[in-house]
Design a protein around this ligand. Structure first.
Ligand SMILES: [Zn+2]
Length: 432
């Protein structure tokens, strides 16, 4: 039997959270296995940037999925918004840009060799699709979002899944249902003919702790509950691998895509630009069909934010740079590399860093990109109010938001319960 890979992903799992207390099965597996520590997430470190890197093997400067959300023009120069959490947006961008990935992805490369990639994922439906955009064109491949099984490709397998599991399970916090269904489907469908029937690459992508950390905070008891449940489900896979899969030369790989930081407070970057006399359009404006005028600037992103200036007017670009650099809320400011000095530290806009330093430069990229400075007292992050501070999140509000997928994948709200009750921090330790 040829070498096969079973990849288990835990979205947003920081290495320091995978302790024997929180995740005994994963910690035990790591202890006995080879671990890779010399890695670096992409810039910006968001799910819909890191996943294309995981599933293509290259940085955003080559795959071109440059942010969770960004704007782009179609051939008729109409502006569109890419929003990675929505399948329709992923597929629209793929069609209008003649390939969302600018390079062949893992699924396409395996298909070319007559091999298969099969994915079950508990992230948002768009995030799932991004792991294998063209699964339906590849024989025997699968892309199945467990929270929206009707959006599975290919359609034949969607029908089978709907027959047995309906449209999948609702997203709750923690996402115990999604985690369990991801693992159940592996046993039910991928192992029904024994290990010999497994695809060359199978992905089981668990949405925890990411879902809960966004919704409940990093250090909440319920986030920890989700982490422990995810570990128990991983334990079912590990039991099978240790007793059967390993002997068949199946390689079990565990990975994550990024970590999380806490939101210290909010800042209004739109206001910072408007106070400098600039007229700002947001991603929502673009999604609603707004047509930018020559003197508009487009601001997209809640943490690392991109700014697009239609016509790339030098005067406007410099006004944006000055407004950002004069604000105490703004940290580093980047622009695309200067074509005359592609290796320079300075970007095309004087005084800014080049995105070439971060392997994130791309023609789809923003004219200017910045990250907030962060909170100097605590080192925690400052961002827009897209994610509430932890104290605003109650159990009740979580129940009402069952299928809400956060658009922001870089940070989580602070855990008010851990602040009130430091005893709870014993297992999920706050970074110093
Ligand atoms: Zn993620």
């Amino acid at each position: 039997m040829s070498l096969k890979f079973l990849i288990a992903g835990f979205d947003g799992l920081r290495p320091d959270f995978a302790t024997p207390d929180n995740m005994p099965r994963l910690a035990g597996f790591l202890e006995k296995s080879h671990t890779w520590e010399n890695y670096l997430a992409c810039f910006p470190t968001e799910t819909y940037v890191n996943h294309p890197s995981i599933f293509s093997g290259v940085r955003p400067e080559r795959h071109g999925v440059i942010a969770n959300s960004f704007c782009y023009e179609d051939e008729k120069r109409r502006m569109h918004l890419f929003a990675g959490f929505r399948i329709d947006s992923v597929m629209e961008a793929d069609a209008l840009m003649h390939g969302l990935y600018a390079v062949p992805d893992l699924g396409a490369r395996l298909a070319r060799e007559g091999k298969r990639l099969r994915i079950y994922c508990a992230n948002s439906p768009g995030s799932t699709r991004l792991q294998h955009v063209h699964a339906s064109d590849c024989k025997g491949h699968l892309n199945a979002p467990v929270h929206a099984l009707d959006q599975t490709i290919p359609a034949r397998e969607a029908h089978e899944l709907i027959r047995t599991h309906g449209k999948g399970v609702p997203l709750e916090f923690p996402d115990a249902l999604g985690t369990t269904l991801t693992v159940d489907l592996f046993f039910e469908r991928e192992l029904k003919d024994g290990p010999e029937g497994l695809a060359e690459a199978t992905v089981l992508w668990i949405g925890e702790p990411d879902h809960s950390e966004h919704e409940l905070g990093l250090f909440s008891d319920r986030t920890l509950e989700g982490l422990r449940q995810a570990d128990r489900e991983f334990g079912r896979v590990l039991d099978w691998w240790e007793t059967q899969g390993r002997a068949k030369d199946i390689q079990l790989v565990v990975m994550s895509d990024h970590g999380h930081v806490e939101v210290a407070r909010h800042a209004d970057f739109e206001e910072i630009l408007e106070n400098a006399g600039l007229h700002v359009l947001t991603g929502s404006d673009i999604a609603r069909g707004a047509e930018p005028r020559a003197d508009d600037v487009i601001l997209i992103g809640e943490y690392t934010s991109g700014i697009w200036v239609p016509g790339k007017k030098r005067e406007t670009l410099e006004a944006v740079r000055d407004a950002l650099m004069n604000s105490p809320e703004v940290g580093m400011v980047f622009s695309q590399p200067d074509p005359d000095r592609p290796d320079a530290r300075e970007g095309l806009i004087p005084g800014t860093f080049s995105e070439g330093l971060l392997s994130s430069a791309h023609p789809r990229g923003p004219d200017i990109r910045f990250i907030p400075r962060g909170d100097p007292e605590t080192g925690r992050c400052v961002m827009t109010n897209a994610l509430a501070l932890g104290s605003a999140r109650t159990e009740d509000s979580c129940r009402r938001k069952r299928m809400r997928f956060s658009r922001f994948r870089g940070a989580a709200s602070p855990a008010s319960d851990a602040i009130r009750n430091p005893r709870r921090m014993k297992t999920l330790r706050r970074p110093s």
